[in-house]
Design a protein around this ligand. Sequence first.
Ligand SMILES: Nc1ncnc2c1ncn2[C@@H]1O[C@H](COP(=O)(O)OP(=O)(O)OP(=O)(O)O)[C@@H](O)[C@H]1O
Length: 566
Amino acid sequence: MEKPPRLLLSRLWLQNRVYDVTLNSVVFAWKETEPNKKRPPGSSWNTCKAAGSHSVPVCEIIAVQETAEEVQKKNAGKWHRVPRSPEESYQPPAFTVFYVDRSRQHRWRCRSVTFHCPDWGLCQQWIQTIEEQLFLLTYRPKRLLVYINPFGGKQQGKRIYDQKVAPIFSRASISTDVIVTERANHARDHLKTDADLKKYDGVVCVGGDGMFSEIVHGLISRTQCDSGVDQNCPEETLVPCDIRIGIIPAGSTDCICYATVGANDPVTSALHIIVGDSQPIDVCSVHHNNTFLRYSVSLLGYGFYGDLLIDSERKRWMGPTRYDISGAKTFLSHHYYEGTVSFLPVTDNVGSPRDKFRCRSGCHVCQHSGHLPLEEKQICEQEEEEGEDSVSEIGHKDVWRVIRGKFLAINAVSMSCACPRSPKGLSPAAHLSDGTTDLILVHKCSRVNFLRHLLRHTNKKDQFDHSFVEVHRVRRFRFMPKHQEVDSEVDSEPDLRERGKGLFGQICRDHPACDCAPAHSTWSCDGETLPHTAIQVSAHRQLIKLFARGIEEQPVFEDSTGVCSA
Ligand SMILES: Nc1ncnc2c1ncn2[C@@H]1O[C@H](COP(=O)(O)OP(=O)(O)OP(=O)(O)O)[C@@H](O)[C@H]1O
């Protein structure tokens, strides 16, 4: 590929050594030229070892600024000699470039490097030229609307933002309007109706997955409302949101941040926002008949995860340990639930849930899957009457498949749901933006087998390689719990309905003291419970965009000796 033309080349000083510093529209680079040449007269601040050569993509430069004397001294570290004369205390003009540096485990840090110039003119030329290049990066946000949940996670949201994020936003000349939420759904309601979104290049949420879900609901609802789309209609094609969302992790569960960036680290997330990353994300809409219930971007779980959520909500006072305790309790209760799952498997997707490769930055599956709009597909419903726990085998395209059975868990996973506790996630090969969700059905099995399945979330073994587990990549699915199937059959005959309700069904459902297993579980939708168990779910390809780039492949570590962390 042709190299872009050089914009500047100068011989500058970096910590007593001479470097050839170059800039083109793509790369800012510096290379040591005269290893033995000493510092310019008057400079006395060197302590760091000189580096060989470095390069930083221009798109990862955070800012450039003229370097004040204090900054020079600070950058030089604590060992600097007291100047003996005014000449010796002379500081040659300098500029500092702040840029992204990759650290371990997908963390990013803001580093800086200060160059000394022979004269002010050259120093100003460097600053101006770099600023001009940054100005051309029009996809970078300049104005952000920030919502902080002061009560998320360990209640550190405000401190995290003020101490770790606000200083780097200000260094990158990003202006912000900050709203500290005063109640649950404050951010959602503000986005839905009041926020003047035209003023902003992005919305940032400081909190956990619950807070992120508020932002998603506010933005999607606002976009549909502005475009005249009826969210209550399950068949509607939703309009994608223009404005990007940034997540500064400050909750007890930060699964969305982890799955889209690879780390739960506020500074890393802030830097992804500053460089203007954009990662499209699929969203599932959940309906009950013709009523919209919620959107889901991560886990929609019935059975094990639904029960776990209900129990953990009662134990909120315990903090994050509640998930372990509720997990153990739900596992021991070993409830299974009967019902019918119908789903529309994808046929035009280049990936599968059993793939070995993972969705990573620039994923080709996300780029090439699901281009056919739903309505263009010929959808014919073909229900198979089968025995319990059996799977229909219909070979042709775009046909709904139906499975009746007893399930310990039904999970629909729109992204891997990887988190520090489960580094591979519930569906390791799920994709962020291929327009699908991975439907995982765990059929009734022994406790030991179920434990074996759960343990595979934490180790390297294929968690779907069990006879009682099946996984399908789907575009849509429906679930009907068995007791409602009975109800709807009974509904059609009014006499029976009265008798049936009075006699059996209602007794078991309404009396917790009754020793029989519960008739139904509850859906957990990204950590919130749904009021209905009979639901229809549709995956919407790339409905929202995050300030993220997906998890990067193995980060490249460069020797960054000679530059100081900001
Ligand atoms: N000011 C507020 N007061 C009370 N609740 C709030 C406030 N602001 C936001 N919330 C709600 O708090 C819930 C949890 O917030 P968040 O996701 O930030 O933290 P979390 O500790 O990770 O939560 P979770 O327990 O869901 O994992 C969200 O569902 C949000 O609606």
